[in-house]
Structure formats: structure tokens, C-alpha cells
Design a protein around this ligand. Sequence first.
Ligand SMILES: CC(C)(COP(=O)(O)OP(=O)(O)OC[C@H]1O[C@@H](n2cnc3c(N)ncnc32)[C@H](O)[C@@H]1OP(=O)(O)O)[C@@H](O)C(=O)NCCC(=O)NCCS
Length: 169
Amino acid sequence: MQMVDLFAVQTIDRLSFPTPARAGLFEHELAQNNIAHYQVLGLGEDGRSPQIIGFSGFWLIADEVHISTIATHPQWRGHGLGELLLLYLLFQAYDHPANMATLEVRQSNRVAQALYRKYQFEEVGTRPRYYRDTGEDALLMTMASLNARYHQFLKEQQATLYQRLQSEA
Ligand SMILES: CC(C)(COP(=O)(O)OP(=O)(O)OC[C@H]1O[C@@H](n2cnc3c(N)ncnc32)[C@H](O)[C@@H]1OP(=O)(O)O)[C@@H](O)C(=O)NCCC(=O)NCCS
């Protein structure tokens, strides 16, 4: 993710979360936060600017990756692209190297929870009333073994996902 991507990123962010990121957050993350890592997913042909259709971010804290955000544009959901973003985030986490990944997710967000469970995240606790906008609890989910075996699992998931993406292209 670069500054030039932020108009598209903020549009997707507003369409994706009950309370969007506060003004200036992404600029701060890109320019000032050394532990932050953000990616965008773009669609496009060679030589043309890609259309940004999703993004993800994480903070690397010691040997732990904390997933701060992930979203795909509502028009592009259900096609494996959120999974692609998560997969690459986890490859990056493994390469850093981190040993575990954590995140918070709204208790009502069954779609995101299903995605995380598919990647072997487990629910390890709750943060009561974590989301100030709705007073909703957060589930704390963790993937505690970013090891060689998990890396192999990621590669297998990648092969399956690529087959799906190619068959739907
Ligand atoms: C969560 C999100 C990124 C998923 O992206 P997506 O592109 O729609 O998801 P994918 O098509 O890649 O699906 C990946 C997995 O997510 C889960 N999933 C996706 N859509 C689902 C649905 N409608 N119902 C249940 N599970 C679903 C499944 O586990 C799916 O794997 P499968 O295809 O093998 O069943 C997307 O829904 C989103 O941007 N939501 C709003 C922002 C958000 O809630 N982010 C998470 C914050 S913690």
C-alpha cells in the first residue's frame, strides 16, 4: 500500500466497517509506524494502473503478527480474494519470521470468523464491549504455530485457491 492507493483504500474501508478508520490513520501507518505492514490487492492489465479491490494490514511486534485490518470491496466478495489477502499476509508473517498471529473480530462477524478458522485460527478469549460504536464484544483469535508445517499448509491452500481463481477468471 502506498499513499497513492489511499483514496481507493478509504472507499473500501468505509464500505466495509461500521466505523471506518479515523481520518489520517492510514497516512500515519504508512509514514510513521515502523511496525506496520499494509498490502493492497489490485486488478488490472499490464501497463495500466490496477483497480484496488482489497487491502490488509498487520503490526509486527517481536515474534507476533497482529492483523489490524482486512477487507475486500463489497462488489468483489465471495470470490476467494479475502482469502488471497489473508494467505499472503500469513506468508509474510512466516517470512519475517513471526511465530504467531492474532486478531480481534466482532462476535457477529461470522464471515470473517469462518475465513480465520479456515486458516486454523482458534478462539482464545473475548474482549468485552471492545467495539465502542456498538458495544459489541471482540473475539480474540490466534494462530499459534506459524511453523514449517503451517507454511506447507499455506502452500497447499495457495494451490487450491489459485485453481479456484483460474476457474472463475
Ligand atoms: C471478511 C472478508 C475480507 C472476506 O473476504 P471475501 O473476499 O468475501 O472472502 P472469500 O471469498 O475469500 O472467502 C474466504 C472464506 O471466507 C468465508 N466466507 C466468505 N464468504 C462467506 C459467507 N458469505 N458466509 C460464510 N463464510 C464466508 C469462508 O470461509 C470462505 O472460504 P470458502 O470459500 O472456502 O468457503 C470480507 O467479507 C470483508 O471485507 N468483510 C468486511 C470487513 C471485515 O469484516 N473484515 C474483517 C475484520 S476482522
